[in-house]
Structures are given as structure tokens and as C-alpha cells.
Design a protein around this ligand. Structure first.
Ligand SMILES: Cc1cc2nc3c(=O)[nH]c(=O)nc-3n(C[C@H](O)[C@H](O)[C@H](O)COP(=O)(O)O)c2cc1C
Length: 234
């Protein structure tokens, strides 16, 4: 009887280990995406879409201001609560179970809050000048700021996509400080040389550059010199 019970427990443990293993193996390495309240919400949502379809697990954080910007700039009215937001984004991008994990502003138990649990790459897209300042000064007053601080202290890849115009000396100094620490500052400034036909083309230009920096394969936009290499032009 005791043996039977023990084997039941063993089987359960094995099943749990298997399902944990499968869910870990099912997705490529997690990437943290923090969405803050600068203009440019379409970049963030397209980036999330691409990361999910490239098979990555994505740790998502959305600031309060970002929710307002998303509602202003896109057709989406996303729920504020982390659990509902996670479900809404999972449905929106047809992500797998557990592929998108959303963490709240003060969820200090989230993996991104510590060097031992954080993803090896983090993007803040778009990055408000407020969040830029907090990251440059190590404020860590909310989970987005803390996650960026963790990325800095652990010397992990951190990419910021600020959007403001013009920039003040404060913004530029913060960007310089962070660049000197190894952060990749990629202002949301799409090029026009690929002859965009739509806003989506402009969004894809930025997202393609971001995916390149994250090492995620993409073919959203033709690469510079590609048509010449393919023998399409002289
Ligand atoms: C529609 C809208 C557009 C905004 N655009 C910008 C912007 O382009 N750049 C910026 O730095 N802040 C912008 N802001 C202001 C930020 O949202 C605000 O400073 C906020 O405190 C940033 O907080 P967060 O970094 O926690 O998201 C915008 C706000 C709204 C509502």
C-alpha cells in the first residue's frame, strides 16, 4: 500500500517535472519587453508579435502611461491588471500557453526583479524620457526600472527605444551615460530609403532593426544592398 502510494507520488513528481521541462523547452530564451509611455505603441505591439512568432517566451511589463498611449495610438484597449492583460495579449498574438508572461508594476517576486531569474535580453520600447532618466540614475522605483537596473548590474543586453523631439541636454546626457555602460540606444527614427508605403512599413523598419540587435531572425524589411547581391539591379 505504502509502495503504491509512493509510486503514485513518484509518478506525479515525474509528470510535474516533465510538464515543467516541456514548457521550458517549448519556447526560445525569454526576452523582456517593457512598454513605457512614450509615443510609439505600435512598435511595441509589433515587436511582441514578432517575438512570439519567432518562438520566444516574452516577459512583458506595461507602465500606466503606456496603457494610455496604447489606447490613444492603436485600436486596442488592453486591460490594466496583469493576469487579464496576459490573457488578452496571448489571445491577440495567438501565443502558446505561458509564452507571454505579464508582470505588474510592483511584482517584486517576478523573475525580472533579480539577476538569477532575469532574461538575458531586455528592450524598453518605446522608452519615455521619464523611464530613461530613472534607468540612467538607477531609481528602481517600479518593476520596469528594477528590471533595467538588473540588466545593467548583470551586464546583460539592454536596448532602449526613446522617442521625444527635440531632446534636451538631460535626455542626451542620460543616453550618453547609458551608452557608455553598454546599453544600445535606438531612438524611434525609421529610415525612408526602403520607400515605405504605409505606417506599418515604418513600424517594421524599426522592429527589424530591434530584432537584428536581439539576434532574432527576421525578414520584415529588405536589407541594405540585398537587391544588388541578388542581382536584381546593376
Ligand atoms: C499620448 C501620449 C504621448 C506621449 N508621448 C511621449 C513621448 O513621445 N515621449 C515621452 O518621453 N513621453 C511621452 N508622454 C509622456 C509620458 O507618458 C509621461 O512622462 C509618463 O510619466 C511616462 O511614464 P512611464 O515612463 O512610467 O511610462 C506621452 C504621454 C501620452 C499620454
Amino acid at each position: 500500500m505504502i509502495r503504491k502510494m509512493a509510486s503514485k507520488v513518484d509518478n506525479k513528481l515525474a509528470r510535474n517535472a516533465d510538464s515543467k521541462m516541456n514548457s521550458k523547452l517549448a519556447y526560445k530564451a525569454p526576452i523582456t519587453l517593457a512598454i513605457t509611455g512614450a509615443s510609439g505603441a505600435p512598435y511595441a505591439l509589433r515587436l511582441l508579435d514578432c517575438l512570439v512568432h519567432a518562438g520566444h517566451q516574452v516577459y512583458v511589463m506595461v507602465s500606466k502611461a503606456a496603457h494610455i498611449v496604447i489606447a490613444t495610438e492603436t485600436e486596442h484597449k488592453l486591460p490594466a491588471q496583469a493576469a487579464q492583460l496576459e490573457q488578452a495579449l496571448t489571445d491577440l498574438y495567438q501565443a502558446g500557453e505561458g509564452q507571454i508572461k505579464v508582470f505588474g508594476k510592483e511584482d517584486w517576486m517576478a523573475p525580472v526583479a533579480s539577476g538569477s531569474g532575469a532574461a538575458s535580453q531586455m528592450v524598453v520600447c518605446p522608452c519615455s524620457t521619464g523611464s530613461l532618466s530613472a534607468i540612467a540614475t538607477g531609481a528602481s522605483n517600479n518593476l520596469i526600472e528594477r528590471a533595467a537596473d538588473v540588466a545593467l548590474k548583470e551586464r546583460r543586453k539592454l536596448i532602449l527605444v526613446p522617442r521625444e523631439t527635440p531632446y534636451s541636454a538631460i535626455h542626451l546626457e542620460h543616453m550618453l551615460t547609458l551608452t557608455r555602460m553598454g546599453v544600445v540606444v535606438m531612438p524611434a527614427s525609421p529610415g525612408f530609403y526602403h520607400e515605405p508605403k504605409s505606417v506599418d512599413d515604418l513600424v517594421d523598419f524599426m522592429v527589424a532593426r530591434l530584432l537584428d540587435h536581439l539576434g532574432v531572425e527576421q525578414n520584415l524589411v529588405e536589407r541594405w544592398g540585398q537587391s544588388r547581391m541578388d542581382g536584381k539591379t546593376e
